[in-house]
Design a binder for this molecule. Structure first.
Ligand code: NA7
Length: 536
């Protein structure tokens, strides 16, 4: 089959891939996007389960280009998947994105050709592409995870992972079981509880979820803010820990008086969204005593909403299941009230683990068989690395990246890896992606990459690759920042890779905050791409 040659190959057409494509075009480069799905949107193309919506609040979960936001209006403070999908169609109308996207093309391998400084990329159906640059925009959650339950294949009812939700799925009146109470499970459970016949939730760890405070946002309200305030907000993103408009507070929790602290927490709670998490005292991530304070506030607020003492203890236990905020909290509207419904049962699978899936349901270790028509797996993803390591990527030494990372991810600046020249990733391992509003991190990284390529073009450089030394030093920074936090206090957490059995335990993100990371990336660039080897 004939090869297709372009300057840049981009894998994935979510926010990251779309931004890279538009950016590469601005440089006058040719680019092709290879996308496994049948349309734009990345995670928003695949995650269409009931209740799926973004947890970043308006207006920062969109591209910052005024050409786009000026004529686009959202309807809610936290938009749902349908609206985000519509947004991608709007971006396409503006920039003709799809012209350069090849859909239904799952990439299986990418091999570096040392003699020609080119990547050869092959898709599942055997098509071959060549490019000088490879940009992995595979997203944090493109490889979904299903635990290896005994008897899984024997289940006679419908079974769906939330990341592959079918177009038609009528749950009305059905006996539905949901495994998983992560960000996804919490969203789904609230949405389907009023519809289903009976809902059984299998919870391993309670989610220390925060009030969403969802509301409709009128076009007038958005228009008023657009001219003067949006540019300020979009600039502010690069100055805050999480790329949002609110920031972590350096004041130590225990320096505040109990009264001051109570008022402070209450204010964050009322604001909703991530304010109590990523807009609160920073030392919750490093100081157990500080963390106990915020957990105790959270627990008090949640307990007020649950009347049954047994449920209180399951959902908001006396003993925190893990330090507050070291696992990704979800956002909720009426999550705790759901469990008071007569058609909802909460099963604590930490106490009574799942023994097997049976033809008619699911058996827990107390010998109860829960009868189900539909089994929903809200069991998450091989987060952060799975999208990259599921492609057979071979660099200068021919070693597949999966093998190279078997004992832990190694990267330089969370955007490139030694021995894999001219390959970058956006929103991936050892970047601050998972602590940062998606588009904020994506736009910064995407801009950094194109500036780097521009620099290469201007200086007739054809190859760039991180040095092993720079990579080791950067990875050490990430590991040390990780070790300084309370992250290991959670038994299963995708931040640390511990949600996937056998995956190396390591901090998969840059936990030092978005501005600190931006500085490292900008300093490297300002110093002639320090830490990279470049050749003509
Ligand atoms: P998460 O956050 O990884 O949640 C997965 C859930 O599934 C979580 O409640 C897990 O319990 C549960 N789980 C995973 N494996 C098992 C097994 N073997 N047995 C029982 N329960 C299990 O994934 P989400 O899809 O909710 O969210 C992923 C991210 O996507 C989200 O944070 C956003 O950034 C977008 P656990 O808590 O580990 O005890």
């Amino acid at each position: 089959m004939a090869e297709t040659c372009t300057d840049c190959l981009i894998i994935g057409s979510g926010f990251a891939g779309t931004h890279q494509l538009i950016n590469f075009r601005k440089l006058g480069l040719t680019a092709t996007v290879l996308e496994a799905g049948s349309d734009l949107g990345g995670t928003w193309h695949f995650n269409t389960y009931p209740g799926a919506r973004v947890d970043s609040e308006l207006p920062l979960y969109q591209f910052s280009d005024p050409e786009l936001w000026r004529n686009w209006t959202w309807s809610e403070r936290f938009p749902g998947w349908k609206e985000i999908q519509a947004y991608f169609q709007y971006v396409d109308e503006k920039f003709d994105v799809k012209r350069d996207v090849i859909f239904n093309s799952r990439v299986v391998s990418a091999v570096w050709d040392n003699s020609e400084d080119r990547w050869t990329v092959t898709t599942e159906d055997g098509r071959v592409f060549r490019a000088q640059f490879l940009s992995l925009c595979t997203g944090g959650g493109s490889k979904y995870y299903i635990p290896e339950y005994k008897g899984l294949e024997t289940f006679k009812g419908q079974m769906h992972h939330t990341a592959r939700w079918p177009n038609e799925c009528n749950l009305e009146g059905k006996r539905v079981g949901v495994i998983g109470t992560g960000a996804t499970g919490v969203q789904l459970i609230q949405e389907i509880a009023p519809i289903v016949g009976h809902l059984t939730v299998f919870q391993r760890t309670p989610n220390l979820t925060l009030p969403r405070r969802q509301r409709d946002v009128s076009a007038e309200e958005q228009e008023k803010l657009k001219n003067d305030f949006y540019p300020i907000l979009f600039n502010r993103r690069y100055q805050t820990f999480a790329g949002m408009h609110h920031d972590l507070d350096p004041k130590p929790t225990l320096d505040a008086t109990p009264e001051e602290r109570a008022i402070y927490y209450e204010d964050k709670w009322e604001k909703g969204g991530f304010h109590l998490w990523l807009g609160s005292y920073a030392d919750m991530f490093t100081n157990q005593q500080a963390n106990d304070e915020v957990y105790s506030f959270w627990r008090k607020k949640v307990k007020e909403r649950i009347s049954d003492p047994e449920l209180q203890e399951k959902l908001a236990p006396t003993q925190a299941p893990h330090p507050f905020g070291v696992k990704r909290p979800s956002l909720e509207q009426n999550y705790f009230e759901v469990y008071a419904r007569p058609n909802v049962t909460l099963v604590d699978i930490n106490k009574n683990p799942i023994e097997e899936i049976t033809p008619n349901g699911l058996k827990t270790s107390d010998d109860t068989e829960h009868q189900l028509d539909v089994l929903v797996l809200a069991t998450g993803f091989d987060m952060v690395t799975g999208g990259i390591t599921s492609i057979d990527i071979r660099g200068q030494d021919g070693v597949p990246i999966k093998e190279k990372w078997a004992d832990g991810v190694q990267s330089y600046l969370g955007l490139a890896s030694a021995t894999y020249p001219n390959m970058f990733w956006v929103y991936g391992p050892q970047s601050p992606s998972s602590f940062t509003n998606g588009p904020s991190c994506i736009e910064f990284t995407s801009d950094w990459i194109v500036k780097c390529i521009q620099y290469m073009k201007d200086n007739q450089i054809s190859r760039i690759v991180p040095t092993e030394e720079a990579q080791a030093a950067y990875s050490e920074i990430v590991n040390q920042l990780g070790a300084a936090g309370l992250w290991l206090g959670a038994k299963h957490s995708w931040y640390m890779g511990t949600n996937i059995p056998g995956k190396k335990t390591q901090m998969l993100q840059f936990p030092g905050g978005f501005p600190a990371w931006i500085k490292l990336c900008n300093d490297a660039a300002a110093n002639g791409y320090a830490g990279f080897d470049m050749s003509r």
